[in-house]
Design a protein around this ligand. Structure first.
Ligand SMILES: NC(=O)C1=CN([C@@H]2O[C@H](COP(=O)(O)OP(=O)(O)OC[C@H]3O[C@@H](n4cnc5c(N)ncnc54)[C@H](OP(=O)(O)O)[C@@H]3O)[C@@H](O)[C@H]2O)[C@H](O)CC1
Ligand SMILES: [K+]
Length: 503
């Protein structure tokens, strides 16, 4: 599913209006019908409703919703803010329609605004500004937003909370943004919904289909997309009847140190549960017995060092390498890692301590093996790129890094982003907060490593791996609950996740 910037949404509206064809006012009617259904499905006619409408089409939507809800018997009060004495044509039309309705208490505000009483029983519908917002709110509009935010009422935002920009909010005035409980967004999600710090404004979000032109969506370019199960399913290669383990690659995992054997065990198990033909784990001597007993399916190759990765190994026989989980960061390991990366031909998944070491040796980032993937969480990314103020800046910096280093990046978190060297970002919808637990990242490394070893192109390996990892987390959450689940449960649920997308 594509995610468009506000400018493209305007063009898409225009495309739909011209090519469906549909009159602009009828498209608004369609949006309002979907909004009214979504709102009236959740709140009954007993709910006192106060609607705040702005001068543009977001306000037009709100006024049309007011009319439709009044027709259904809701008790409504409507405030239309028109400080410039100028409304968009469709907003004007809907104003005239709602003004005529006796059952609606309608107020048009040009200067003085006496705020209505809002109780915990009230539902506020925010239709002040939508995708047409072009600067942070200030003055009278900011005062209205603050009033709504300070009230105990439930707040539903139309399309996007008023005051929130669709993409970048780094320099926005946070106190002047509506804090919605629910956002009913039209057709497609906005990039801003995917950033953790905007949850306080967006609340729960739901998409409403208003049948914008499919051709228009198809033709309009964007760098942002949400992954969907159909795409992932189409990428997974079926196994041939006469397949043997040689067809599914030999992966090398370089992981673990004294006290951190667990990270290597988790990554190795996840790799084996993701279809790899063979797996060798390169580990310090002290972890040999642990690995041999806990993962009989893996081959163990011991490092010459007792406690850490210290001697690079030959990677010629492997189709992919995973490096980093539980590796530690001592000097010997640093040197070994840099040398290992320099001489490796196979694509590498670089995670955890390997990323932290690279942060101290950034020059090494620019000669990583072709097809490599970095899997940082936000802190690890910032060690590589420098501090970021918010998720948008972090995403932009990750894009710059992917471009400069010619690597793919999986920026982990809710809606993990898979970033290509060309600057495309694919957001992952699977996963849940139960996965925010130690070892969860090691599992992802193992899954992606398995896919690279099986010969999946880098972008596909990153997309499938991230999606499946989240899906396994969702299956685990259903079984164990968010609080009780641990990283091993994600591995246990990998087979179910694979079946869900491949059968
Ligand atoms: N396809 C769809 O998604 C559909 C969307 N609809 C709805 O339309 C809005 C977008 O409507 P638009 O008219 O483009 O924009 P807004 O309603 O958000 O606001 C535009 C007006 O707001 C003024 N403005 C912008 N920023 C500020 C600000 N910081 N302070 C004060 N005023 C501001 C702007 O005036 P300018 O003179 O600055 O240009 C405009 O007057 C979308 O979100 C949906 O809700 C359709 O109804 C159906 C299809
Ligand atoms: K809004």
């Amino acid at each position: 599913m594509k995610i468009f910037p506000s400018s493209s949404i305007k063009k898409l509206d225009a495309y739909t209006i011209e090519n469906e064809p549909i009159a602009s006012i009828d498209l608004m009617e369609r949006a309002a019908t979907a909004l009214t259904k979504a709102i009236t499905d959740r709140w009954n006619t007993e709910t006192p409703v106060t609607i705040f409408a702005g001068p543009g089409n977001n306000g037009g939507d709100a006024l049309a919703v007011a009319r439709m809800m009044a027709e259904k018997g809701y008790k409504l009060e409507v405030y239309l803010f028109n400080p410039k004495g100028e409304l968009s044509p469709d907003c004007q039309t809907n104003k005239e329609l709602v003004e005529m309705m006796e059952e609606v208490a309608f107020h048009e505000i040009s200067t003085q605004f006496v705020p209505p009483v809002l109780t915990p029983d009230h539902l506020v519908i925010d239709g002040l500004f939508g995708s047409g917002l072009n600067k942070p709110l200030s003055g009278g509009f900011a005062a209205v937003v603050k009033y709504i935010n300070s009230s105990p009422a439930m707040v539903v935002a139309i399309d996007i909370p008023s005051g929130l920009m669709g993409e970048e909010n780094t320099f926005n005035v946070k106190t002047n943004i509506i804090r919605a409980d629910v956002t009913f967004s039209l057709q497609l999600p906005k990039l801003a919904f995917l950033f953790a710090e905007n949850t306080e404004f967006v609340g729960e979000w739901e998409l409403l289909d208003i049948q914008l032109s499919e051709d228009g969506i198809e033709e309009t370019e964007t760098n942002y997309e949400m992954l969907e199960i159909e795409e992932i399913r189409s990428l997974i290669k079926p196994r041939k009847q006469f397949a043997h383990k040689g067809n599914f690659g030999h992966a090398l995992l370089i992981a673990g140190s004294k006290g951190m054997a667990g990270a290597s065990v988790l990554a190795a198990r996840a790799c084996l549960r993701s279809g790899v033909g063979l797996l060798t784990v390169h580990a310090p001597m002290c972890n040999n017995d642990i690995l041999q007993t806990s993962i009989p399916e893996a081959i163990v190759e011991t490092d010459a060092n007792e406690t850490c990765f210290a001697v690079p190994t030959d990677t010629d026989d492997y189709q992919a390498v995973g490096i980093g989980p539980g590796l530690g960061r001592n000097e010997e390991t640093e040197a070994a890692l840099l040398e290992q990366l320099e001489h490796c031909q196979a694509p590498v998944v670089v995670d955890a301590d390997a990323l932290n070491i690279l942060a101290n040796h950034r020059h090494a980032l620019t000669h990583l093996p072709k097809g490599s993937i970095l899997t940082p969480h936000p802190k690890e990314l910032e060690r590589l790129t420098g501090k970021c103020q918010d998720s948008y800046e972090r995403l932009m910096k990750a894009c710059e890094l992917a471009h400069a280093a010619h690597v793919h990046i999986v920026l982990k978190g809710a809606y993990s982003a898979i970033i290509t060297p060309e600057g495309k970002c694919f957001f992952n919808p699977t996963g849940n907060p139960g996965m925010a637990t130690g070892g969860s990242g090691d599992v992802l490394t193992g899954v992606i490593l398995a896919l690279l070893a099986q010969g999946y192109p880098t972008e596909e390996a990153a997309k499938i791996g991230t999606y499946i990892h989240g899906l396994a987390g969702d299956v685990a959450q259903k079984k164990q609950g968010m609080i009780g689940m641990i990283a091993s449960d994600i591995i246990t649920c990998l087979p179910t996740a694979w079946r869900l997308v491949s059968e």
